[in-house]
Each structure stands twice: as structure tokens, then as C-alpha cells.
Ligand binder design. Structure first.
Ligand code: UD1
Ligand code: UDP
Length: 408
């Protein structure tokens, strides 16, 4: 569309536009596709927006199996993934590739999600072209610069560049304002992962990967800081858990060679352990819904498990999602194999403790994050966001201290 590019200064306002707003959604990994899918779907439904989806191919198979969720054709595909990619080369290839796309397309804004290398470089490419940036899932912090690595740095850097900070929780919003982001640019919306999960549970029908009537444990691991000896130790702990005899473990294995090298030797040839390829989203959500207990180092699964009332043990030393721990829905158990085994055993054996966690609830939103995000963008681009224009007229609550998800 024809619109002058807006200045990239984080405090600048976007141009007022009258034609559909061209929003470039940049995504490269599985969770970005999942969490931007509802935004793409909402924009595609609205005459106010033209979503321009760019996939970087940071992930290959694991991204491809999520693209149906978008219900929007991919406009541009980069193909940057290399086996055992290093962060420096991945970053360089992405800045270069995305820079070209942004220059060629000149969207009205660029939307990035979360804290991956794709999100960081999508924001950088936009910043270099003076385009305004919307950051979905803004403000998550562990407070430890290299944990998770490199995501904590990525999310802080994106926070310096963005014009719209869509924080999933009041705490995330508070992190941003404490770092000096103007309150008027921070919006507490909930997390779009909940919107997507609720949509999939209504619209789709997946199959659980569990096959027995035993207690069902779902495990996923992938974080860089867990790879190597730490992950091997976790694999051994899972084998000991499976030795109980009354559980079935399902482990959808991340494609990363480093993850496979660490886990496969520890998990092989056990009758109670089912190692499977990464599941499509419908099957994964059905598997999550069918399980009794989740063990994970994933970000997204920490949000989805409480939504479905599944106790989650977080196999990490830090979390940027303490809301679930404080609500009582998740426990941060660390990376020591003995402690992990003890925590899993305690939950499986103690129905009262289990019931408390299972009923703690979900602190990550009510399924309306997308509406809030899209309505806020519509308002700031000067569009008429009335009901007859196809956008639900909700405006995300501007962050004013410990507020919640109320409409403005
Ligand atoms: C990335 C993100 C992490 C996110 C995770 C979601 C960064 C630095 N990390 O980590 O924040 O939590 O995705 O899963 O952005 N591979 C394949 N096929 C695939 C996907 C990956 O073969 O479909 C292999 C590649 O060889 C690649 C390796 O997995 O070298 C790791 O992928 P990479 O994107 O570098 O890091 P992740 O650990 O997946
Ligand atoms: N997921 C999936 N199939 C799987 C494993 C996970 O669809 O086999 C989904 C899961 O529902 C969640 C997301 O992938 O929404 C999490 O991705 P990942 O753990 O790779 O990344 P993170 O959330 O840690 O960034």
C-alpha cells in the first residue's frame, strides 16, 4: 500500500492510513507460527489489515507442520536453516534475508513474536528501514541475561526497538515500564497461545499419542542451556520414572541433532517410553489434553498446560513465566535428575498435591489477546475499528500498574 514509512523511533506514532494496513508477520520457528497464527487469522478476516506472512525457515519441518494454523498463504519464504546452525551465522543470514524482504515490500509495520533469532532479526530489519515494530509476547524476563540463552538477550533487545509492546500479563508489562518503555506503548493483552489453543480445541480434532491406560506423562526438551550432560541426566531420570511400571511416557522429540544425541541413547528400548517425531498442533494439543503430568523446558507448554489443568514441572533453573508457578499450576524443579524424579514421583503419588496443581488455573489470558492486539493496531493506524469493519471493538488495557485484562 502507499504510505510513507513511519520513523522507527520507539516513541514515534505510525502514519494514519486509509487503505488496509499491510502488516508483515515474521516467523521462523514452531512457537512463533503457533502464537502469530491467531493474529494472522484475525487480520485476514478484517478489511482493515492485509497480513503479509514471511517465514524465515529458521525451523524447517517443525515450522512447516504449523503453517496450516495461519489460514493465510505465506507471502515470502526464506530458507535459512542449516543443520547445526550457529547463532552468529543464523543471525547474519536472517538480517540479510529479512532486510531484502522488508525493503522490497515496505509494509506499514512489522510484527514479531517472542524471543527467537527470527524475532530479533525481524525487528532489526524493520528498524533499519525505519518501520514501526509490534512485539507480541513482550516483557518476559528471567533477569538473567544468559538464561535462557540467547532468548533473554533477544527479548530485551526487541524491547528497545518496538513501538507496540503487547505484554501477556501485568507482570510482563511492569518489566517494560520499569525499563523505561513509556506506559502508552505497553498493552496488557494475555497470550495469543491461549487464543490459538482454545480455537484449536473448538475447531480441530487431533489424536492423542498415548496408547495405554497407564498414568500418562508428556515430556518435551530442547533448550540450548539444557543440551549436553544436563539433558542426558534428564533422559536417565525419565527412564527411572518409566521403571515405576504404572506410567507411559510420550516424548515428541525436537528435531535438533543436539537434543536427539543427548536423549535417544538414554530413552531407547524401554517398553513404557514412546519417543515420537514432533507432533502437529492438533495432535499435540490432544496429547496434552490426555496426559496426567507434563515435564518440559518449553515456554509455550508452560502456558498451555495450566490452561488444560495439567500440572507442569519445569525442567529449568529459571523461568520467565513465574505467573504459573505463583498460581500453583507449575513448579520450577531445576535440572538435577534426582530432584526431577522426586518431584514427578511425589505428584503421581499424592492426589491432594496433584489436585491442587491441576485446579490452579491459567494466568496467561482469557483467549482474547488477539482481539486486543488487532484492535489496538487498528486504532493507532487511525482505522475505524467499529463492529461493521470486522474487528471486535476492544482496546487493550494500557498498563497502569497491576491491572488485568479489562477493556479500556
Ligand atoms: C529455537 C529458538 C528457541 C525456541 C525454539 C522452539 C533461537 C535462538 N532459539 O531453538 O528460542 O524456543 O526454537 O523450538 O531462536 N532443526 C531441524 N528441523 C527443524 C527445526 C530444527 O532439523 O524443523 C534443527 C536444525 O539442525 C537446527 C537445530 O535443530 O540447527 C536447532 O534449531 P534452532 O532454531 O537453531 O534452535 P532451537 O533449539 O530449535
Ligand atoms: N508443540 C507441538 N508439537 C510438539 C511439541 C510442541 O505442536 O510435538 C507445540 C506446543 O503446543 C507449544 C509449542 O509447540 O505451543 C512449543 O514449542 P517449543 O517448545 O518448541 O518452543 P518454546 O515454546 O519453548 O519457545
Amino acid at each position: 500500500m502507499s504510505v510513507s514509512p513511519s520513523p522507527a523511533s520507539p516513541s514515534s506514532s505510525p502514519e494514519i492510513v486509509t487503505a488496509p494496513v499491510r502488516a508483515m508477520l515474521v516467523l521462523g520457528t514452531r512457537p512463533e507460527a503457533i502464537k502469530l497464527a491467531p493474529v494472522a487469522r484475525a487480520m485476514a478476516r478484517s478489511p482493515l489489515f492485509e497480513p503479509v506472512v514471511v517465514t524465515t525457515g529458521q525451523h524447517r519441518e517443525m515450522l512447516d507442520q504449523m503453517l496450516d494454523l495461519l489460514q493465510v498463504p505465506v507471502h515470502t519464504r526464506l530458507d535459512v536453516m542449516r543443520e547445526r546452525q550457529q547463532l552468529s551465522t543464523l543471525t547474519a543470514r536472517l538480517v540479510d534475508g529479512l532486510g531484502e524482504v522488508v525493503r522490497a515490500e515496505r509494509p506499514d509495520l512489522v510484527v514479531v513474536q517472542g524471543d527467537t533469532t527470527t524475532a530479533l532479526t525481524g525487528a532489526l530489519a524493520a528498524f533499519y528501514e525505519h518501520l514501526p515494530i509490534a512485539h507480541v509476547e513482550a516483557g518476559l524476563r528471567t533477569g538473567v541475561l544468559d538464561n535462557p540463552f540467547p532468548e533473554e538477550l533477544n527479548r530485551r533487545l526487541i524491547g528497545r526497538m518496538a513501538r507496540w509492546h503487547f505484554a501477556p500479563t501485568p507482570r510482563a508489562a511492569a518489566h517494560l515500564t520499569a525499563e523505561g518503555v513509556p506506559e502508552a506503548e505497553v498493552f496488557t493483552t494475555g497470550n495469543t497461545v491461549i487464543d490459538n489453543l482454545l480455537w484449536v480445541l473448538t475447531e480441530g480434532s487431533g489424536s492423542s499419542a498415548f496408547s495405554s491406560g497407564l498414568r500418562r506423562v508428556l515430556l518435551t526438551l530442547h533448550r540450548r542451556e539444557n543440551q549436553g550432560a544436563t539433558m542426558r541426566g534428564m533422559g536417565r531420570a525419565m527412564r527411572r520414572l518409566a521403571d515405576r511400571g504404572d506410567v507411559e511416557l510420550v516424548i515428541p522429540l525436537h528435531k535438533s541433532p543436539a537434543v536427539r544425541e543427548a536423549l535417544l541413547p538414554e530413552l531407547a528400548d524401554h517398553p513404557a517410553i514412546r519417543v515420537v517425531e514432533p507432533l502437529g498442533y492438533l495432535d499435540f494439543s490432544a496429547t496434552l489434553a490426555a496426559c496426567d503430568l507434563v515435564l518440559t523446558d518449553s515456554g509455550g507448554i508452560q502456558e498451555e498446560a495450566p490452561t488444560l489443568g495439567k500440572p507442569a514441572l519445569v525442567l529449568r533453573t529459571t523461568t520467565e513465566r513465574p505467573e504459573a508457578v505463583e498460581a500453583g499450576a507449575a513448579r520450577l524443579v531445576g535440572t538435577d535428575p534426582d530432584v526431577i524424579l522426586e518431584a514427578a514421583t511425589a505428584l503421581l503419588d499424592d492426589p491432594v498435591a496433584y489436585g491442587r496443581m491441576a485446579s490452579a488455573g491459567n494466568p496467561f489470558g482469557d483467549g482474547t489477546a488477539t482481539e486486543r492486539i488487532v484492535a489496538q493496531l487498528a486504532e493507532d493506524f487511525g482505522a475505524d475499528a467499529g463492529p461493521d469493519r470486522g474487528v471486535v471493538p476492544l482496546v487493550a488495557s494500557r498498563h497502569e500498574g497491576p491491572g488485568s485484562y479489562s477493556t479500556a
